[in-house]
Design a protein around this ligand. Structure first.
Ligand code: FMN
Length: 346
């Protein structure tokens, strides 16, 4: 049990603007991680080791990308009991993201809307942070590094940014995620279309092969996709990932749909909606991917995990591993062992 129950922290944090609460929390974790004060939120990790994409994950529950965009808090967040942590999205150059306010809570729906727009300090600062982290990986936790493109890079040159990201993160990653599904970077999601995906994945897979040969180490590469795709699009993407030898798929990112939150305060804010309203949409994509890809192809399910039952539903839909972001905001760190236990009992 962590020393501070989230029931006491949450009202204070929810009294602040969402992004301010986020920065305060991450700043505290960054300062206190790997010190005795980490016992304030540390929890015993549920032991449920599983092999996926050639990696041994200590349990099936991971932190989703975007909570720790600069990779500052890998050890502190890892201490909540995650089997894996994904940090980023990192872009080659640092960038400020969209104007504030750009993150909103919809508590009646256990949801968030964000239009951060890949605010981050850039690849060099990211890698320096990743290199500083030690205790999470020393304890067997797996680290995913998630790469994207700068807003100022024209979409025709997107591959250049992803190649820079790949070169930079490769030596430090247990796995790499290619994020082509944020709704907050103009035209990014167009990279999911068939020809654009081919043109992106072929050079990335080739470069990864060269890096692996040089380093004599395999690093799986996953592609993260959106929930707002029709059945044919999901099938086409799934087949393309397999054809190119991509090691797995992360489903899904946030949604641009708003039907599930109609009429709620902030529902009309532009951006990606996460949490409970994206749960079913993500599960649908996971089911379609599993049907297209067959047994054995790694799928990481993410979107609306808020308790043990919703985590288990991801596995029932066909996922091998599960990630959490918004659930952590609403339920606190106790959600991590709760979800991991629910998946271990399966
Ligand atoms: C505030 C916020 C920022 C996010 N930033 C990123 C990001 O930088 N890269 C990424 O791949 N996904 C990002 N995501 C998407 C999450 O990783 C996840 O796919 C999505 O929120 C659905 O999961 P959830 O319902 O558990 O939050 C972000 C989500 C939120 C709420």
């Amino acid at each position: 049990m962590p020393l501070i129950p989230y029931a006491l922290t949450r009202p204070f944090l929810f009294g602040l603007d969402a992004e301010h609460a986020h920065e305060l929390t991450l700043g505290s974790i960054a300062r206190l991680q790997n010190t005795p004060a980490q016992c304030l939120w540390a929890q015993t990790r549920v032991d449920d080791a599983v092999e996926v994409a050639g990696l041994r994950f200590p349990n099936r529950v991971g932190l989703a990308a975007g909570l720790d965009k600069n990779g500052r808090c890998i050890d502190g967040l890892g201490a909540m009991g995650f089997g894996f942590i994904e940090v980023g999205t990192v872009t080659p150059k640092g960038q400020p993201g969209n104007p504030k306010p750009r993150m909103f809570r919809l508590p009646q729906a256990d949801a968030l809307i964000n239009r951060l727009g890949f605010n981050n300090e850039g690849l060099d600062a990211f890698i320096a942070n990743v290199k500083r982290a030690h205790s999470f990986r020393a304890a067997g936790g797996k680290l995913g590094l998630n790469i994207g493109k700068n807003a100022a890079t024209p979409i025709e040159n997107a591959v250049d940014d992803y190649l820079i990201g790949l070169d930079g993160v490769f030596p430090h990653a247990d796995y790499i995620t290619v994020n082509i599904s944020s709704p907050n970077t103009k035209n990014l999601r167009a990279l999911q279309s068939d020809e654009a995906l081919d043109a992106l994945l072929a050079p990335l897979v080739e470069r990864k092969g060269a890096l692996e040969a040089q380093a004599k180490r395999r690093v799986p590469m996953f592609v993260k996709i959106a929930p707002d795709l029709d059945e044919a699009q999901v099938e086409t993407i799934g087949l393309s990932l397999k054809k190119h030898g991509i090691d797995g798929v992360i489903a899904t990112n946030t949604t641009i749909a708003r039907d599930a939150v109609q009429g709620l305060p902030h529902a009309d804010e532009t951006g990606g909606l996460s949490g409970r309203p994206v749960f079913e949409a993500s599960n649908r994509v996971i089911r379609l991917l599993r049907a297209t890809l067959g047994a054995g192809y790694p799928i990481i399910g993410v979107g609306g995990v808020l308790d043990g039952a919703s985590a288990r539903a991801k596995l029932d839909a066909g996922a091998d591993l599960v990630q959490i972001y918004t659930g952590l905001i609403y339920k606190g760190p106790a959600l991590v062992p709760e979800a991991a236990r629910a998946l271990a009992r399966r």
